[in-house]
Design a protein around this ligand. Structure first.
Ligand code: ADP
Length: 493
């Protein structure tokens, strides 16, 4: 270890740009990687050097470990930042990087491995103690009768989950005993084909939950601190679209309790680096450990905005072997921050990914407005990678001001040539359930319909306000169907 002089970013798009910005600030040189379709990418323009990975698919390019290590050698790189997605949670990659004498900006391979398996994570965390767990099985299903007994004990509906699952995939809700076997068979075959690992387990299905997660930082000197919570309950297909910090429903006492539970999760796997501990939060305010993401999270900017901490700078500092330069009690929440994810997706057509040329692209600006993006006007959004174009983040003295700034920024943000989630996010922000904080992960299926969005687009807030509070679940049937079968998008976060 020691001072890092040159970082290769094994990623693309907005997160590569984001990492380059901090590296520049710290006087560290950067190397960008680019596939054929990313030749003109903003990250390529901003990095000091760039290395071509021939090909278009992720497997041919940003996932090709030997080619990435070759670039490091050729350009004399001393550290790799993996960003999120791609190789960021691949223990084997972390090992290979370190074996090549390069600093991996992330946790130990062991921590990645333990937390990459939902079952191994549950085991490590429950053995360590001090963390509320979702009631359910401790190991994978190997005896169906026993699994059914557990399901009956915890009470239907239950969730069958793939141990290797990720990106919202590999989950099945079982509403009663009669359908248990059928759903279990389906879950096993889905898990086997999607993740090459058929291990599934049963846990209680929490009705109308919120998704609340804690940002943590740990160093190699045994310090672990939490940087408060992020509220990420507005999701479509179990994927976040709107995030904020702090959560409108978490008070000081609860915040300290969840924060301490998150620190215990990190301790359970000897964690260092930046990480996120996810919890599911029920209607009574009880919270349970879901999983830990052993990397920088897409929604990390809202935490940066309310704490003033540059998380990428801290990741680099920790990777250099230094201690975290502040203590838990030094951290304070300043105001409120909201992030919306601008995906190339059509909310009017079941959020189906879109692609094409950005023939208009005007960025919003203003006090308390931050845009993390990787595109410019005239660039193509391709079908090869995750369709996220940008993250729009606002910071205000309180929640109302952050929302107000976001509404204005959405007005100013002009994207032409492609369908986006921008107007959907406006719809969510101005819904009465979002405003009063009562929204849950069921928000989209409960309240959203393309007709409503069309109407809102025609007459903006007026009509949206008229319909806000109308419960669309009445018309939609299958409220509990949380399957994601039509989406085969990889690397979703
Ligand atoms: P993944 O690794 O695929 O992201 P998670 O375990 O993080 O899976 O869960 C993703 C989302 O699925 C959560 O944010 C939540 O909306 C929902 N979910 C997960 N577990 C449960 C549960 N036990 N009850 C209800 N919803 C759940």
């Amino acid at each position: 270890m020691g001072k890092i002089k040159k970082i290769l970013i094994s990623n693309r798009g907005e997160i590569a740009v984001r990492i380059i910005k901090t590296a520049k600030k710290l006087g560290i040189k950067t190397v960008a990687l680019y596939s054929d379709p990313d030749r003109e990418g903003l990250h390529v323009k901003l990095a000091d050097e760039a290395w071509h990975l021939p090909g278009s698919t992720s497997a041919e390019t940003y996932l090709d470990v030997p080619k990435i290590l070759e670039a490091c050698k050729a350009l004399n790189v001393d550290a790799i930042h993996p960003g999120y997605g791609f190789l960021s949670e691949n223990a084997d990659f972390a090992n290979k990087v370190r074996e090549a004498g390069i600093i991996f900006i992330g946790p130990s391979a062991e921590a990645i491995e333990t937390m990459g398996s939902k079952l191994a994570a549950k085991e490590a965390v429950s053995d360590f103690g001090g963390v509320p767990m979702v009631p359910g099985m401790e190991g994978a299903i190997d005896d169906i009768q026993e699994a059914k007994r557990t399901a009956k004990e915890i009470g239907f509906p239950v969730l069958i989950k793939a141990s290797a699952g990720g990106g919202g995939k590999g989950m099945r809700v079982v509403e009663n005993e009669e359908e248990f076997e059928e759903q279990m068979d389906r879950a096993i075959s889905e898990a086997t084909s999607a993740f090459g690992d058929g291990a599934v387990f049963v846990e209680k299905f929490i009705m109308n939950p919120k998704h609340i997660e804690i940002q943590i930082l740990g160093d190699e000197h045994g310090n672990i601190i939490y940087l408060f919570e992020r509220e990420c309950s507005i999701q479509r297909r179990h994927q976040k679209v709107v995030e904020e910090a702090p959560s409108p429903v978490v008070d000081e006492v609860k915040r300290a309790a969840i924060g301490e539970a998150a620190v215990n999760v990190a301790k359970a796997c000897g964690y260092y680096g930046a990480g996120t501990v996810e919890f599911i939060y029920d209607e009574n305010g009880e919270f349970y450990f879901l999983e830990m993401n052993t990397r920088l999270q897409v929604e990390h900017p809202v935490t940066e905005e309310i704490t003033g901490v540059d998380l990428v700078a801290e990741q680099i500092n920790i990777a250099e072997g230094n201690a975290i330069p502040f203590k838990q009690e030094d951290l304070k929440i300043n105001g409120h921050s909201i992030e919306i994810r601008v995906y190339a997706e059509d909310p009017l057509n079941n959020f189906l990914p879109d692609s094409g040329k950005l023939n208009q692209y005007t960025r919003p600006t203003g006090d308390g407005v931050r845009l993390d993006d990787g595109f410019e006007e005239g660039m193509e959004v391709t079908v090869f990678y995750d369709p996220m174009i940008a993250k729009l983040i606002t910071h205000g003295k309180d929640r109302a001001e952050a929302i107000e700034k976001m509404n204005k920024a959405i007005d100013d943000y002009k994207i032409g040539g492609i369908a986006t989630t921008l107007e959907f996010c406006r719809f969510a922000l101005n819904h009465s359930d979002f405003r009063d904080g009562s929204f849950t992960t069921k928000f989209v299926e409960k309240y959203f319909s393309p007709e409503l969005l069309k109407a809102a687009n025609e007459d903006e807030q007026e009509i949206a306000a008229l319909f806000a509070g109308y419960d669309f679940s009445q018309n939609k049937g299958q409220v509990l169907d949380i399957q994601n079968s039509e989406s085969n998008w990889k690397n979703r976060l």
